[in-house]
Design a protein around this ligand. Structure first.
Ligand code: NDP
Length: 239
């Protein structure tokens, strides 16, 4: 039982996390909804590192599809040791201009994705009395960010969900934590204005690898007593 599922691993933080965890000996379950081609390329790259790797494709906002694919996968391969709930989207707009679909898509992907992915997996994980769940929140969920009322709500919701679930699963030796990245260089942030980077005390964006290394630590035995926490990787930034 060494498998780690990383949702949204076709690019960005998820991709870098998959590579980092493979280099640390975990078997990898890659996932995305749209970029199957990129996922196959990554699968070949990871396989060269000598670990087992497979891919899953489903939309995390589609409850039925997520449940079906996940239950089929664990029926064949057994329950995961780790779940990295990383898939997420942003659809920014000032609140008065926000469209219904911008609100709904972000909540359905980021927050309902928690329920859709973790709910089918939690009982099997409880049965083996072991596991790590790591949820990608955001500094926007901790502090709120203008132009991101939808995204901030979804990421703050994840913090509440994580804290509650961590209390339910602690006695089964399942830890649940959030990572709250600040500005990390990925496709999601490619249009970030220079002033935003200047506002970071460290005067630079973070790298996906700097988030991946924390995921790796939270999965490790050494992190076995850490649960219910939000750990920031943000260069000292406050919004
Ligand atoms: P990217 O946009 O680079 O990658 C997002 C990943 O999520 C892709 O693999 C994408 O797969 C997947 N995804 C998106 N929507 C869905 C969906 N409905 N179903 C399945 N998969 C989906 O994002 P980042 O790497 O930048 O961000 C990763 C996480 O970190 C996100 O949750 C984000 O909110 C969070 N974060 C990022 C920060 C940053 O500065 N970059 C800061 C704070 C938090 P597909 O190929 O299917 O599109």
């Amino acid at each position: 039982m060494n498998d780690v599922l990383i949702t949204g691993s076709s690019r960005g933080i998820g991709r870098e996390t998959a590579i980092y965890l493979a280099e640390n000996g975990y078997d990898i379950v890659l996932h995305c909804s749209k970029n199957a081609e990129r996922l196959e390329e990554l699968k070949s790259e990871i396989a060269k590192k000598g670990v087992n790797v497979r891919t899953l494709a489903f939309d995390v906002s589609n409850r039925e599809e997520a449940k079906k694919v996940l239950l089929e996968d664990i029926k064949t391969h057994g329950i995961y040791y780790g779940i990295v709930l990383n898939a997420g989207i942003a659809k920014d707009n000032p609140f008065p201009a926000m469209e219904d679909n911008e609100w709904d898509n972000v909540i359905n992907t980021n927050l309902n994705g928690f329920y859709n992915v973790i709910r089918p997996l939690i009982l099997p994980m409880i049965q083996v009395k072991k596991g790590r769940i790591i949820v990608m929140s955001s500094i926007s969920g901790q502090c709120g960010n203008k132009g991101q009322v939808n995204y901030s709500a979804s990421k703050a919701g994840l913090i509440g969900a994580m804290k509650a679930l961590s209390q339910e699963t602690a006695k089964r030796k399942i830890t649940v934590n959030c990572i709250a990245p600040g500005l990390i260089e990925t496709e999601m942030t490619e249009n970030i204005p220079e002033e935003a980077v200047k506002a970071v005390p460290m005067k630079r964006m973070g790298t996906a690898k700097e988030v991946a290394s924390l995921v790796n630590y939270l999965l490790s035995k050494d992190a076995g007593y850490i649960t219910g926490q939000v750990i920031a990787v943000n260069g000292g930034m406050y919004l």
